[in-house]
Ligand binder design. Structure first.
Ligand code: AMP
Length: 114
């Protein structure tokens, strides 16, 4: 199975790509819930956090350093932001290709909506 994010990586569907290297890609969320809403995605199609392997650690670590770099570039490093990774049904995961949300540009309020 090929995830929608793998299709973005393969340039089969369009996205506003902000960063790419050999391990990860970052692009704007298609349905933003904050003024800054970027998804940072390992290129290997890891379905959920539950499927992460020790060999994924370089890519998973890269998610954080790319998030910090993009937050600085987008002017929200000092004002602050939230990094979020959803897992499975109770976590609200909709796309089963592990990804980190970078959210900011406004006060995000409570940690949980419900
Ligand atoms: P999650 O609920 O953590 O699985 O989040 C999935 C995210 O992917 C949602 O915020 C969607 O808006 C976003 N999304 C789905 N399809 C696309 C797409 N084609 N391009 C960019 N973002 C997408």
């Amino acid at each position: 199975m090929t995830s929608i994010f793998s299709k973005i990586i393969a340039r089969e569907i369009p996205a506003t790509i902000l960063y790419e290297d050999e391990l990860v890609i970052a692009f704007k969320d298609i349905n933003p819930i904050a003024p800054v809403h970027v998804l940072i995605v390992p290129k290997r199609e890891i379905p959920t956090v539950n499927d992460a392997l020790p060999e994924d650690e370089p890519a998973l670590g890269r998610l954080f350093t790319v998030a910090a770099k993009l937050a600085a570039e987008m002017g929200i490093a000092e004002s602050g932001y939230r990094l979020m990774v959803n897992c499975n049904k109770d976590g609200g995961q909709e796309v089963f290709h592990l990804h980190m949300h970078l959210l900011g540009g406004k006060r995000l309020g409570r940690m949980l909506a419900e």
